[in-house]
Design a protein around this ligand. Structure first.
Ligand SMILES: Cc1ncc(C[n+]2csc(CCOP(=O)(O)OP(=O)(O)O)c2C)c(N)n1
Ligand SMILES: [Mg+2]
Length: 601
């Protein structure tokens, strides 16, 4: 008897040592410190969720699982989490349509360099290549929009793959990775001692060193430039280098132009702030870029919405600091390139850079003149002017909330009129321009920071693109404050049609219905607001979400205050003036000198 007991004990001991792939997965994500898992379930990934469920039941450590109504929602939520926290977001969905539903957030994370680990289930390995049910070669589909995409066929590869994914997302230029795990790898057992990182992956090591002579020369010339300018991109927030940047700007008395991705790096009321660069940027930012004799780009990529015709055309020197060597000389040949992180560069420059040689009074006086040319806001007192609404929201939250947007006019108005205090506070899709990312990103942000107010400033079009996530908001009681700037339009295409295509607008009208005249191509004389959908009625659809609608300017302040004071989730449907435009605007293919400051309607 005694011997038997010992035998079974020893056996038990040995058995607990051999884990399933799903258990290896769960242990590894715990070891990596993954706190939240943004997910959706289905056949191929169910063994992983089963394992987590078992552990939750046994009260063992697991990440908190937040289930979304659509995989795209889970993907954007993980991006929102990563943007606000700086830590990698973690997504887990099944195979086939679930993995293709992630393609948009993966592309979005790639374009904006957001660290997210996307895990997809895959059919069992013998089925690969047979068009098995829900089989899609996701690693091939996303190979151009990930830092790496790996197909995992055995339990022994899981730990190595997850560790590699974690390392890749958190080093160098941030970005997404995909780990596609076959069902049999999750169900099958590991072979203890046989764990491998079986991928012949030559990890592209970040070149984190720089030529000191070159940097010294470049800084010396910056110190004597007469019209210097800093052009700062999203790379600034990767290691929270905004404080260093402010110090550097002060040291050289250099004005700072920000991209959409770096807003909040410097307060826009600071005398050194030029505000936003680009086709909807400020007059002073774009005119500085046109007239500067020295442009120093830090963590920015000279993209087509910023480096338009005229950008840097009077610059004797353009210097570029970037962690990603692939960005150097990609779209703009530069005189100096420093392949390192914004943080390392700024630390070096603050320590070793020479002081400014002459004062820049003339340059700053010129900038003050340009600042005065910015468009005045619409003085219509009868309708809610969206820009004024956002200003009020910014004032009432002291620019201190975390803000997500969709894509469209409302996004640009938010960028222009919300005075962000920190670049991590703004979650918006820059490179891909993904409508529908706002609501799920706001949900993800809540898990990154439960102490700050989370605002969603959305368009009525974008809001509907992932509206199903209101169920996620309701079930998890996420106190996101949703402001839908409702113009009954896909406003941005409307503006482009109206300005550049002789005003053919019917495909942009969300108030349009079968009763409308077939050839109607203008909303100007139309007073109809279909309220389709009726956003206020959403309170009866998604329990626990409060709603309200305003349409008069005098209602704005009280309505915002009520939303901010409310403890739970709130949707404020804000009927704004339809004839509202983003200004300034640099037309397509035009240059800085063709910037339009006023719309003649
Ligand atoms: C997924 C996706 N589809 C289409 C577009 C093209 N697009 C850009 S803005 C826009 C309209 C946005 O409408 P809304 O969200 O109401 O914002 P508004 O411009 O009215 O403020 C469209 C269709 C896009 N950016 N993303
Ligand atoms: Mg709209």
């Amino acid at each position: 008897m005694k011997t038997n007991k010992t035998d079974s004990k020893t056996k038990e001991k040995v058995e607990t040592k051999v884990r399933t792939g799903a258990a290896v997965f769960a242990d590894t994500i715990n070891a990596l410190g993954i706190s939240y898992l943004f997910g959706h379930t289905g056949g191929a990934i169910m063994p992983m969720y089963f394992e987590l469920n078992e552990r939750i039941t046994r009260k063992e450590k697991t990440p908190e699982v937040i289930m979304f109504r659509h995989e795209q929602g889970a993907g954007h939520a993980a991006e929102g989490y990563a943007k606000v926290s700086g830590r990698p977001g973690f997504v887990c969905v099944t195979s086939g349509p679930a993995s293709t539903n992630l393609v948009t957030p993966i592309a979005d994370a790639f374009m904006d360099s957001i660290p997210v680990i996307f895990v997809t289930g895959q059919v069992s390995s013998p089925g690969i290549g047979t068009d098995a049910f829900q089989e899609v070669p996701i690693t091939l589909i996303v190979s151009q929009i990930t830092k790496i995409a790996l197909l995992i066929k055995t339990a022994d590869e899981i730990e190595g793959a997850l560790r590699l994914a974690h390392e890749l997302t958190t080093t160098g230029r941030r970005g997404p990775v995909v780990i596609d795990i076959c069902r049999d790898a999750l169900i099958g057992n590991e072979t203890p001692g046989n764990h491998k990182t079986p991928f012949a992956v030559k990890m592209k090591k970040t070149v984190d060193d720089f030529d000191k002579d070159s940097i010294d020369e470049m800084l010396h010339k910056f110190s004597s430039a007469k019209r210097p300018m800093l052009y700062v991109g999203g790379g600034i927030k990767v290691e929270d280098s905004q404080g260093l940047l402010r110090e550097f700007a002060k040291k050289y008395d250099a004005p700072v132009g920000m991209t959409l991705m770096s807003l909040g790096t410097i307060d826009r009321n600071d005398r050194l702030s030029l505000g936003m660069l680009g086709i909807h940027g400020t007059v002073e930012a774009n005119y500085s870029a046109l007239n500067a004799d020295y442009i120093l780009a830090i963590g920015a990529r000279f993209d087509d919405r910023v480096a338009v015709k005229g950008f840097g055309s009077h610059a004797k020197i353009i210097a570029h600091v970037d962690i990603d060597s692939a960005e150097i000389d990609k779209t703009r040949k530069v005189h100096y390139s420093i392949n390192t992180s914004a943080k390392r560069f700024l630390e070096y420059a603050l320590k070793h850079g020479p002081d400014r040689i002459e004062s820049l009074t003339d340059w700053h006086d010129e900038i003050i003149k340009w600042r005065k040319l910015n468009p005045k806001l619409d003085d219509d007192e009868d309708k809610i002017i969206p820009q004024k609404f956002i200003k009020e929201l910014s004032d009432l939250t002291s620019g201190g909330a975390i803000v997500a947007t969709g894509v469209g006019q409302h996004q640009m108005w938010t960028a222009q009129y919300y005075n962000f205090k920190n670049p991590r506070d703004f979650m918006t899709s820059g490179g891909l321009g993904t409508m529908g990312c706002g609501l799920p990103a706001a949900i993800g942000a809540y898990y990154a920071n439960k102490d700050k107010a989370i605002l969603l400033i959305d368009g009525d079009g974008s809001f509907q693109m992932n509206i199903q996530e209101l169920a996620t908001v309701a079930s998890n009681r996420i106190p996101v404050k949703m402001f839908v700037l409702n113009n009954g339009l896909w406003g941005l295409p409307m503006q482009w049609h109206e300005m550049f295509d002789r005003g053919n607008l019917f495909e942009c009208c969300l108030d349009r219905s079968i009763e409308c005249p077939a050839g109607c191509s203008s909303f100007k004389d139309c007073i109809k607001r279909n309220r389709n959908p009726d956003l206020v009625a959403l309170k009866d659809v998604y329990q626990g979400i409060k709603t309200n609608r305003i349409s008069r300017p005098e209602e704005v302040t009280a309505a915002i205050k009520e939303v901010l004071a409310h403890k739970g989730p709130y949707i404020l449907d804000v009927e704004i003036k339809k004839e509202s435009y983003i200004l300034p605007i640099i037309p397509p293919r035009a240059g800085i000198e063709e910037m339009i400051l006023e719309i003649k309607t």
